[in-house]
Design a protein around this ligand. Structure first.
Ligand SMILES: C[S@@+](CC[C@H](N)C(=O)[O-])C[C@H]1O[C@@H](n2cnc3c(N)ncnc32)[C@H](O)[C@@H]1O
Length: 253
């Protein structure tokens, strides 16, 4: 019975009748909200952070990626056991403070168009994120999902330039922000402090910084200069020691 309950807790977020009941009770908030900050603001925050991550190799000794993020953004995040019972692991602010309206994390994974086949990748996959335009992002870093991500990343490499970050799969993130898939859903007593916001990387994003982007297109016919991503933006100030919590049913776009 315990195993069944555990399986149900993992699966329920994808079971439409459960979602519908909770929507009607107001336990989950199904909103497509206006953007919390502009896309330009997100991209600017990322360019500054990614540039600092790239430049850390110019110094000796090389700073840890977490330290670089802390210097640029004023906080560090990390994955550890959730403060919510039986929720598995979660993401916490481990140092410093987050201000309202900051990019706190990115949701990694392969980006699927509505027409792309994703049946087998979706089976038992709790990391499939549905965007407002029916694109999906598969943030699972193991099994078939992992193989597909790595294969697409190799396909899209441009000469010496990597198309995206593949280190999030190995849990040795070269960009410590790329752990948004581990953020848990808020509860009645613990309110959400971050919100998902869709945005796109476009052709003007610097080639040499793309190795920190945690997403890749599944379909080779999709323009590689147009890549969907999801940022988790803080909806209030978040202090060191707090767990990041989102609302799984709220996306701003
Ligand atoms: C996208 S994953 C989040 C990371 C996950 N906690 C882990 O350890 O891999 C979503 C899964 O986390 C768990 N989860 C998220 N929020 C939860 C909550 N408020 N209560 C219980 N389980 C939760 C559920 O199993 C859900 O299917």
């Amino acid at each position: 019975i315990k195993t069944l309950i555990q399986r149900w807790n993992i699966y329920k977020y994808r079971f439409l009748p459960w979602v519908a009941v909770n929507l009607s009770r107001g336990d989950i908030i199904p909103i497509a909200q206006d953007k919390l900050i502009s896309d330009d603001d997100i991209l600017q925050q990322l360019i500054v952070t990614f540039t600092a991550l790239k430049e850390r190799y110019n110094r000796s000794p090389i700073d840890k990626a977490e330290v670089v993020v802390n210097n640029v953004l004023g906080f560090q995040i990390g994955q550890k056991s959730s403060s919510i019972k039986e929720a598995g692991s979660g993401v916490f602010v481990t140092k410093g403070n987050v201000n309202t309206g900051q990019v706190v994390a990115l949701y990694p994974g392969t980006v699927y168009l509505p027409s792309d086949s994703k049946f087998f990748q979706s089976l038992g996959n709790q990391f499939m994120f549905k965007c407002s335009d029916n694109r999906y992002i598969d943030g699972k870093g193991t099994g078939l999902s992992k193989s597909i991500f790595v294969s697409c990343a190799n396909r899209d490499r441009i000469g010496l330039y990597e198309a995206c970050d593949t280190t999030w799969i190995k849990n040795t993130c070269s960009c410590p922000l790329n752990v948004g898939q581990y953020v848990n859903n808020h509860t009645k007593t613990k309110s959400a402090n971050v919100q998902y916001q869709e945005f796109d990387f476009t052709s003007d994003f610097p080639l040499e910084l793309r190795k920190y982007i945690p997403n890749v297109n599944f379909d080779s016919a999709t323009d590689p200069n147009f890549l969907r991503s999801i940022a988790l933006i803080s909806t209030r100030d978040i202090h060191s020691g707090e767990e990041l919590l989102s609302s799984y049913f709220t996306v701003s776009h």
